[in-house]
Every structure is written in C-alpha cells, then in structure tokens.
Design a protein around this ligand. Structure first.
Ligand SMILES: [Cu+2]
Length: 157
C-alpha cells in the first residue's frame, strides 16, 4: 500500500515537470514561410504621377499543423500594407483587399504569387531595389506574429 502511494507520487512529479516544461516555451506553430520575395519598385515617372509607388510581396506559407489564417501584414517601407487578391471583373484583372484574411489550410500550403494573392505595399517610402532586404511582420490568427526578411527581386517579365 505504501509503495503504491510513493509510485503515484513519483508519477505526479514527472507529469508536473513535463507540463511546466511545455508551458515555458511557445507551442510550435508548424508554419514555415518559403520563397519570399518582393517585386522591385518601378522607377518610372508614371508611377510617381499616379500618386506614389507600390509593390507586392510574394511567398509560400507551408503549414504542418492545424488550419490557421494570415490576418495582417505590416512593414515600415510603405505607408500601408494590405492583403490582396486578384480577380477577373468584366474581363479585366483587378486586385482588391482580402476580406477576413488568407486561409492557411491544415497540413497544406497557400501560395502568394504574381497574378494571385499578395501582400500589397502601398505608398513606398523608398525605392525597392534588387538586392535590398526589408522586414515584414505577419500576424496569424493562431500562430501570432512572425517577422521575416524579404529580399527584393527584379520583376521577371
Ligand atoms: Cu494589390
């Protein structure tokens, strides 16, 4: 009888130790961002005349865990940073803000690429030149905030 009690006691300590070990570090999110790049900004006077320079960031969000959602992106290189998608309207490709965020499927991936989903940089404070790098903060519904470096690449025509 006494031996059983001691055994349970040891078990209790083991469980308590493993629980506190888990509590000390953030849970692994399972999100991996790959293939990140931003389009180099156009240096033409046309862009200036149209009220400022814009650019876009593309990436692949890989998810090894449960479903999540990209709800916000922020950066210091532009006046505003929005999540956009592209859709066909009256035969014309148009982009618009994504409502409610970009879904990241469980054990899957979502790709932000030219002609589709993208992070829009509106009103650049500086030219984005090939070879430059800037930071982008991504806020996910479950995983929280992730800050990633974004390399700038020339637009491939
Ligand atoms: Cu856009």
């Amino acid at each position: 009888m006494k031996r059983k009690l001691i055994l349970f006691g040891v078990l209790g300590i083991l469980i308590a130790t493993s629980l506190s070990a888990c509590g000390g570090t953030p849970a692994p999110t399972g999100l991996r961002i790959t293939d990140v790049w931003a389009r180099a900004s156009a240096m033409s006077t046309d862009a200036m005349e149209m009220g400022g320079k814009n650019s876009a960031v593309y990436m692949k969000i890989n998810n090894d865990g449960a479903a999540d959602k990209l709800v916000q992106a922020t950066s210091t290189v532009a006046a505003s940073t929005e999540l956009h998608t592209v859709e066909m309207k009256d035969g014309v490709m148009q982009m618009r803000p994504v409502e409610g965020g970009i879904d990241v499927p469980a054990r899957g991936a979502v790709e932000l690429k030219p002609g589709g989903l993208h992070v829009m940089l509106i009103g650049l404070h500086q030219d984005l030149k090939p070879g430059d790098t800037f930071n982008l903060k991504l806020t996910f519904e479950k995983a929280g905030v992730m800050e990633i470096p974004v390399p700038v690449r020339a637009l491939v025509q």
